[in-house]
Design a protein around this ligand. Structure first.
Ligand code: FEO
Length: 175
């Protein structure tokens, strides 16, 4: 079954959205690397990698459906944040935006009755739900910690131990 042209266009756009998201998190990791919070830097670096994986999943899907891959430029991400909470609030907004994009894509897949695409997008919707929850939970605890450096450092250490967060420049771990 040929992939609907509108759906093809939107799936290509989603490659860009995911790569842009990856770039946002990489910039955030870079920002955290210049603070004492190296655990949060690892967390964001790992998240950047996950977003690249998402982009590649959409890429592979287009290839598997024999559709044309059309890549667009990636915008420069936000480079600076005013606090740890500010960065995580931005992260939550970023995830909510992506959830909306996937939701919109699902609606189009439904309109054109493309069940394989709906299946792919359902996987992403579940993934988004988990990502939003993870960020929201950390944000709640960061707000509770406030300006208490000792509490922030405990959360930072925990963030650095997040599965997949062992990598990152300077960590000596898996990138
Ligand atoms: Fe792939 Fe977290 O959006």
């Amino acid at each position: 079954m040929t992939l609907d042209p509108k759906l093809t266009k939107l799936l290509n756009e989603q490659i860009n959205n995911e790569m842009s998201s990856s770039y946002v998190y990489l910039a955030m990791a870079g920002w955290f690397e210049r603070t004492p919070y190296t655990g949060f830097a690892k967390w964001m670096f790992a998240q950047s990698g996950e977003e690249t994986t998402h982009a590649l999943k959409f890429y592979q899907y287009l290839v598997d459906r024999d559709a044309k891959v059309e890549l667009q430029p990636i915008a420069q991400p936000k480079m600076d944040y005013s606090s740890v909470v500010d960065a995580f609030e931005y992260s939550l907004k970023q995830e909510e935006k992506v959830t909306q994009q996937i939701n919109d894509l699902y609606e189009v897949a439904e309109q054109v009755k493309d069940h394989a695409s709906k299946n792919l997008l359902l996987w992403f919707l579940n993934e988004q739900m988990e990502e939003e929850k993870t960020v929201r939970d950390m944000l709640d605890r960061l707000k509770l910690a406030g300006n208490d450096t000792a509490s922030l450092l405990v959360l930072d250490r925990e963030a650095g131990n997040r599965p997949g967060a062992g990598g990152g420049p300077g960590s000596g771990g898996r990138p």
